[in-house]
Write a protein that binds this ligand. Structure first.
Ligand code: CO8
Length: 255
């Protein structure tokens, strides 16, 4: 049985983690299916944006502890599970995490792999690995620190305390907080908005923002400038600017 629910709504794909009894704990099968689904949508020209959701009670309560409890260093190294996470990092289309309830450990790291996080007011974010005698392993120490700064990251990672949705918003982890009944519809609404934009401009903009994490400012600015110039080779740039001047809505074709 699949650990995911998958659907599409026009240019928006929705992938829902579906292990409700385990609060969507990320086991090996789920991660394998998730990477396959994301890569398939990334390659599908009809899809422009992906929404990744959990349930109202939990986005994901972390990596599945049962998968790891008896593991040895050698098994961990041989399993090389982080190769899958690297593949998620390389998805080029925008991914929006729709988060409600628990978003912990590997679940929080998965949300932080996404490009935007739309959170329900009930969402709780944390890296409680320290309580299990380990530490974040899928980018938590790096992405959380870049998002919230050293002081707040140390607090969350060393104490294992959870951030409320509002705290996470104030700290810069999430993009928007909405009432719990709207977290999914808001994520789908934002996805549809992005799906209407010029796809190449969206792709390059995502690439440039992510580059900001990895390069000094001067190099990042140079990179951004080149992508900006490159967009003048697209028909969508001509259409977008012409439509503005003609006071009408543009029709973007991804060319
Ligand atoms: N793994 C496996 N099962 C889990 C997990 C998990 N991470 N989280 C919850 N569950 C299961 C529980 O065991 C329980 O199952 P059962 O009913 O069979 O006993 C069911 O989900 C419901 O959970 P609770 O009864 O505990 O529900 P509560 O509402 O009382 O508590 C909590 C909810 C606070 C979320 C609690 O379940 C909890 O603390 N969970 C563990 C959170 C955690 O420590 N997460 C970090 C895991 S380690 C990690 O993520 C490392 C990432 C490394 C990189 C990623 C590699 C893939």
């Amino acid at each position: 049985m699949s650990e995911l629910l998958i659907s599409t709504d026009g240019p928006v794909a929705r992938v829902t983690l579906n292990r409700p009894k385990q609060l969507n704990a990320l086991n090996l099968q789920l991660m394998q299916e998730l990477v396959a689904a994301l890569e398939a949508f990334d390659a599908d020209e009809a899809i422009r944006v992906i929404v990744l959701a959990g349930s109202e009670r939990a986005f994901a309560a972390g990596a599945d502890v049962h998968d790891m409890a008896g593991s040895t260093v050698v098994e961990q190294v041989q399993r090389n599970q982080f190769a899958r996470w690297e593949r998620i990092r390389r998805i080029r289309k925008p991914i929006i995490a729709a988060v409600s309830g628990f978003c912990l450990g590997g679940g929080c790291e998965l949300a932080m792999h996404c490009d935007l996080i739309i959170a329900s007011e009930t969402a709780q974010f944390g890296q409680p690995e320290i309580n299990l005698g380990v530490m974040p392993g899928a980018g938590g120490t790096q992405r959380l620190t870049r998002a919230v700064g050293k002081a707040a990251a140390m607090d969350v990672i060393l104490t294992g305390r959870f951030l409320t949705a509002q705290e996470a918003l104030a700290a810069g982890v999430v993009s928007r907080v909405v009432p719990k009944e709207h977290f999914l519809s808001e994520a789908m609404k934002v996805a549809r908005q992005i799906a209407e934009k010029a796809p190449l401009a969206v792709r390059f903009a995502k690439e440039a923002v992510l580059k900001a994490h990895e390069t000094p400012l001067s190099e990042g600015l140079e990179y951004e400038r080149k992508l900006f110039y490159l967009l003048f080779a697209t028909e969508d740039q001509k259409e977008g600017m012409k439509a503005f001047i003609e006071k009408r809505s543009p029709t973007f074709r991804g060319a």
